[in-house]
Design a protein around this ligand. Structure first.
Ligand SMILES: Nc1ncnc2c1ncn2[C@@H]1O[C@H](COP(=O)(O)OP(=O)(O)OP(=O)(O)O)[C@@H](O)[C@H]1O
Ligand SMILES: [Mg+2]
Length: 100
């Protein structure tokens, strides 16, 4: 497999133009992010900047106002979290997040 193709295939989480608006306030503003196998990613920012909301969007606990969430290349934006494997992985991660 060519290096470029392997790079693409290893993409585990992709956020594409992700937007979340609560009560007219844009909390997640056009976020684009690719997380690849083996990468360790943290969100840093002041309180209320949208870190937890972004994680909840990835987990499927919230639906984005617009944009898409892909897990291993599959568009899971409209998939209820309990219908795929996200809940196991991301709930664990969110749990650790809240303990931190
Ligand atoms: N369900 C909701 N309904 C309305 N507003 C919400 C909701 N969830 C979050 N918000 C608002 O969205 C903004 C971002 O919240 P979020 O919890 O994502 O921030 P955060 O970066 O995780 O902050 P912290 O560092 O304090 O955990 C805040 O202004 C918050 O009040
Ligand atoms: Mg938070």
């Amino acid at each position: 497999m060519a290096e470029r193709e392997r790079f693409r295939a290893d993409k585990i989480i992709e956020l594409r133009n992700l937007v979340k608006v609560f009560d007219g306030i844009t909390v997640v503003d056009d976020v684009n992010l690719n997380i690849r196998k083996g990468e360790f990613v943290t969100f840093l920012g002041p309180s209320g900047c949208g870190k937890t909301t972004t994680l909840r969007l990835i987990a499927g606990f919230e639906k984005p106002t617009s944009g898409k969430v892909f897990i291993e290349g599959a568009d899971v934006t409209e998939t209820p979290y309990f219908k795929d494997m996200r809940c196991f992985l991301i709930s664990m991660f969110l749990g650790m997040w809240h303990l931190a």
